[in-house]
Design a binder for this molecule. Structure first.
Ligand code: ADP
Ligand code: MG
Length: 680
C-alpha cells in the first residue's frame, strides 16, 4: 500500500473528480484519508413518525404505502411518496427528481433522513436522503459532513473517502511509539482514522479525534524542541564579558527603566554571560519599551567585542530604531548603521565591506540583513523585532551568520500566552507586563459612517491645538492594486474636500524608500497635519505629538492588528483618541469593536481575537512559519496541547536527537510536516 499514490487511482475518481479533489488540497491517498469531516450528522437513531418535531432533521423508517407520484407544478416537477410506520403516516416530497419514479417498491421498508415539517399534525419530510432498510450508505449511521468544493457533493466525496479507507484497511503503520500510546491512552492509528470518518458512536469519534489532535500537536512540539536542542547542543555559545555592564548604558538613558524592563534585562544578562546561547522571546505590549531592552543587550555585545544585528519588519521601523540607537551610541563611539533595500548600490557595498571588517558595531535593518552577501566579522547578538512578521526560518537564517550568536526575539504580544507555547516552543520567554509611567489610556470609539462630520470636526479641533492625526485604511495584500487606490482616494477626499486648509500626505508600503522616509521625517517634525496611511505604520512608529488615529473600515482588521495600530497614538503627554469607523451589521463585528473600546490590554485583546475569529484566521494573518493544523483547534485543544508538550519534553530529554529506534519514526513525521518550513 502506497500512501503517496495519486488519488486518480482510487475507485470512483475520474479525471473530473481529480480536479475537484485537488481543489480541496487532496492529491494523494494520504491526503484523502486525512481529509477530516467538518461535522457529523447522527442518522443512526430512527424516530417514530409521531415523535417528529417541526423543523428538525430526523431519521424515520417507513413502509411505502403507494407508488411515487410525479406531478408537474409551475417551473418544476414534484415527487411525492406516502410512507407509514407503527405510529402514523408521513408524506415525503422531492423536487425535480423524476428518476426516482421506480426507486421504491410498495410494501417495502426504507430509511429516510431529512427535514421535518409538522403542520397541524400532518408530517412532511422534504428532499431526504434514503436507503433500503438493509443498507447504510446515507442513513442508519453517523454520517460525516466534509468541507466541500463547488460541484462535489457530500455523497460523492463520502464514497471516495470510503474507497480510500478500503484500500488501507487496517494496514497503516502506527506513527507513534507504543509506550506513548499506552501512557496517554491513545487509540491505534487505523482505528482512529476509520472512526474519525465513520464513528459508530460519538464516543468513537472522541477517542479518534483525541488521538489525531494529540499527534498533530505533539509533532509540532517535538519539532520545536528539536530545533531548540539544535541551537543548544551545537558548539558552545558566546560567553559575553562580565565587565561589560549594562548598568553603564542604563544610567545614560533619559528615563528610568520600569521594574519589568529591569527584570527582563537581568534575565538577558544572565543568558548572555552564560556559555549556552540565548534563545529568548521578549513579549511586551505596544509601548512597553522593548527597544531600549534591545539597546542594552546590544551594548553588552559590543562592549564584549562582538557585533549586533537588529532586524525589523519594515524600513520605517528600522530607520526609527537607527535614530534612537544613534542618540545613545554616537556619544559612546559605538558605530550604528542602517541596511535596508532602498539604499544605493554604492552605499550598500560600502556598508557590507565595513560590516565584514568590523568597522560597524550595530547593524539595523530589514529582511535585507538575511541576504547571502551580508557577512559579519563576528556577529554575537541577533535581535528580531516584531517577530510575528518573520517565520522561524528567517530567524534561523540570520543566526547562521555568526558562531552561535545569542538570539532575542521581540514581539508586541498579539499572541495569547497559551499559543506562545506553540509558536515559540523553542524559546525561553520573558514578559514586560508593565507600561512606563504616565501613559494615558487611549479613548477609543467605534462609529458608523453617519458620524463622519462630527469626527472630522473633532480632528480639526485637535489640529488647531497643534496635534497631528493618522488616518489608516486597510490594505489587504492579495488585493494591493485595488487597496492602493483606496488610500489615494481617501487622500484626495481629505486633502481637497475635508481639510483643504491643512497639509495632508499619504504613505504606503509600495512607495520608494526615499519618499517614505521624507514623509515620515516631515510628519515627525510636525510639518504634516494629517497622514493617510496603510498598515505600514502599524509597527513601532513613534510620533508623540500625533494623538488621533482614525481607522477606516476597521471591521477589516484583526483585533490584534487594531491594537498595534492604536499603539501609534498615546505616546506623548496629550490625551489620545482612536476612532474605529466600521461597516456591517454582524454580531461578530459589533462585538469586536466593543472589545477594542473596552480594553487597552493587549493580552485580553489577543485572547478575544482568537476566540472571535478562530485559530485559522488568527494565524492566517501572521506568517508564522508553522504548518496548518488539520484537526487540532488551538482554542479548544489547549489541554491536549499541554499533554503533547510534556510528552514531547520527556522524549527529547531522553533522546535529544531522536536517534533511538523507537523514536526514528518520529523524526520522519517531523520531516514530513516541516521539511519546507524549518531547516532542521
Ligand atoms: P515597544 O515596546 O512598543 O517597541 P518602544 O520601545 O517603542 O515600545 O517604547 C515606546 C516609547 O516609550 C519610546 O518613546 C521609548 O523611548 C519610551 N520608553 C521606553 N521605556 C521607558 C521608560 N522606562 N520610561 C519612560 N519612557 C520609556
Ligand atoms: Mg517596538
Amino acid at each position: 500500500m502506497d500512501l503517496n499514490k495519486d488519488v486518480k487511482y482510487i475507485k470512483g475518481v475520474g479525471p473530473n473528480r481529480v480536479k475537484l479533489l485537488n481543489n480541496l488540497g487532496i492529491f494523494t491517498l494520504k491526503d484523502l484519508i486525512t481529509y477530516y469531516p467538518r461535522t457529523y450528522e447522527d442518522r443512526s437513531k430512527p424516530k417514530s413518525i409521531c415523535e417528529c418535531v417541526n423543523g428538525e432533521e430526523a431519521l424515520i423508517e417507513g413502509v411505502v404505502c403507494s407508488r411515487l407520484s410525479d406531478v408537474r407544478i409551475p417551473h418544476k416537477t414534484m415527487q411525492k411518496l406516502i410512507v407509514r410506520d407503527e405510529t402514523m403516516s408521513a408524506t415525503i416530497t422531492w423536487f425535480n427528481q423524476s428518476y426516482l419514479k421506480n426507486r421504491f417498491e410498495v410494501g417495502k421498508k426504507y430509511r429516510f433522513y431529512g427535514k421535518i415539517s409538522n403542520q397541524y399534525g400532518k408530517i412532511t419530510m422534504t428532499s431526504p436522503v434514503f436507503d433500503d432498510i438493509d443498507k447504510t450508505q446515507n442513513t442508519g449511521r453517523i454520517i460525516p459532513i466534509y468541507p466541500l468544493t463547488f460541484n462535489l457533493s457530500q455523497n460523492i466525496l463520502r464514497k471516495i473517502i470510503e474507497a480510500g479507507l478500503a484500500e488501507i484497511e487496517g494496514n497503516l503503520k502506527e506513527t507513534l511509539p507504543d509506550d506513548l500510546l499506552k501512557e496517554y491512552k491513545l487509540e491505534e492509528i487505523n482505528q482512529a482514522i476509520k472512526s474519525i470518518h465513520f464513528p459508530q458512536e460519538f464516543e468513537d469519534f472522541n477517542k479518534a479525534r483525541n488521538r489525531l489532535v494529540f499527534e498533530e500537536l505533539f509533532i509540532v512540539q517535538l519539532a520545536l524542541l528539536e530545533l531548540k536542542n539544535n541551537y543548544m547542543t551545537q558548539e558552545k555559545g558566546i560567553k559575553f564579558d562580565e565587565n561589560a555592564k549594562m548598568s553603564d548604558i542604563i544610567n545614560k538613558l533619559p528615563f528610568k527603566l520600569t521594574k519589568a524592563q529591569l527584570r527582563v534585562l537581568e534575565e538577558i544578562d544572565e543568558n548572555m554571560e552564560s556559555e549556552k546561547s540565548m534563545n529568548r522571546l521578549l513579549q511586551g505590549d505596544v509601548g512597553s519599551g522593548k527597544t531600549v531592552v534591545a539597546m542594552c543587550a546590544a551594548y553588552k555585545a559590543v562592549k564584549s567585542g562582538y557585533q549586533a544585528a537588529i532586524m525589523a519588519p519594515t524600513a520605517i521601523l528600522a530607520t526609527q530604531h537607527l535614530e534612537n540607537f544613534k542618540k545613545i551610541f554616537d556619544d559612546l563611539n559605538i558605530k550604528c548603521e542602517l541596511l535596508i533595500s532602498g539604499i544605493t548600490k554604492k552605499k550598500k557595498e560600502e556598508l557590507l565591506e565595513k560590516l565584514k571588517n568590523g568597522e560597524i558595531d550595530i547593524i539595523i535593518g530589514t529582511h535585507a540583513l538575511i541576504e547571502e552577501n551580508v557577512i559579519f566579522k563576528n556577529l554575537g547578538l541577533v535581535v528580531t523585532d516584531e517577530q510575528h512578521r518573520f517565520g522561524v526560518k528567517q530567524r534561523t537564517k540570520i543566526s547562521k551568520k555568526g558562531q552561535n550568536p545569542d538570539v532575542l526575539v521581540m514581539t508586541a504580544t498579539p499572541i495569547p500566552r497559551t499559543l506562545a507555547l506553540i509558536l515559540y516552543g523553542d524559546l525561553d520567554i520573558s514578559i514586560i507586563d508593565e507600561l512606563p509611567p504616565n501613559r494615558k489610556k487611549i479613548e477609543t470609539f467605534a462609529v458608523r459612517k453617519n458620524m463622519t462630520d462630527r469626527i472630522n470636526h473633532f480632528i480639526q479641533k485637535q489640529i488647531e491645538q497643534g496635534r497631528q492625526a493618522y488616518i489608516v485604511c486597510p490594505l489587504v495584500e492579495e488585493n494591493e492594486e485595488l487597496d492602493l487606490k483606496s488610500v489615494e482616494k481617501i487622500y484626495e477626499t481629505y486633502k481637497t474636500e475635508i481639510f483643504p486648509q491643512y497639509r495632508v500626505e499619504y504613505i504606503h508600503g509600495k512607495m520608494k524608500q526615499k519618499d517614505k522616509d521624507n514623509i515620515m521625517k516631515e510628519f515627525k517634525e510636525g510639518k504634516i497635519n494629517i497622514l493617510i496611511s496603510t498598515t505600514v505604520i502599524e509597527v513601532g512608529v513613534d510620533v508623540p505629538n500625533a494623538n488621533i488615529m482614525v481607522v477606516e473600515n476597521a471591521e477589516r482588521f484583526g483585533l490584534a492588528q487594531l491594537h498595534q495600530l492604536r499603539g501609534r497614538v498615546g505616546r506623548g503627554e496629550y490625551e489620545s483618541y482612536c476612532v474605529l469607523k466600521f461597516e456591517g451589521k454582524s454580531e461578530n463585528v459589533r462585538e469586536r469593536m466593543k472589545v477594542m473600546c473596552d480594553t487597552n490590554d493587549g493580552f485580553i485583546i489577543s485572547e478575544k481575537d482568537l476566540e472571535l475569529r478562530g485559530a485559522g484566521d488568527f494565524f492566517g494573518t501572521m506568517q508564522h512559519g508553522l504548518p496548518e493544523f488539520k484537526i487540532a483547534n488551538l482554542f479548544e485543544d489547549i489541554s491536549i496541547l499541554k499533554l503533547a508538550q510534556s510528552a514531547a519534553n520527556k522524549i527529547v530529554s531522553q533522546d535529544p536527537k531522536l536517534e533511538k529506534d523507537e523514536n526514528k519514526k518520529l523524526k520522519e513525521l517531523i520531516k514530513d510536516k516541516f521539511s519546507s518550513r524549518i531547516e532542521i
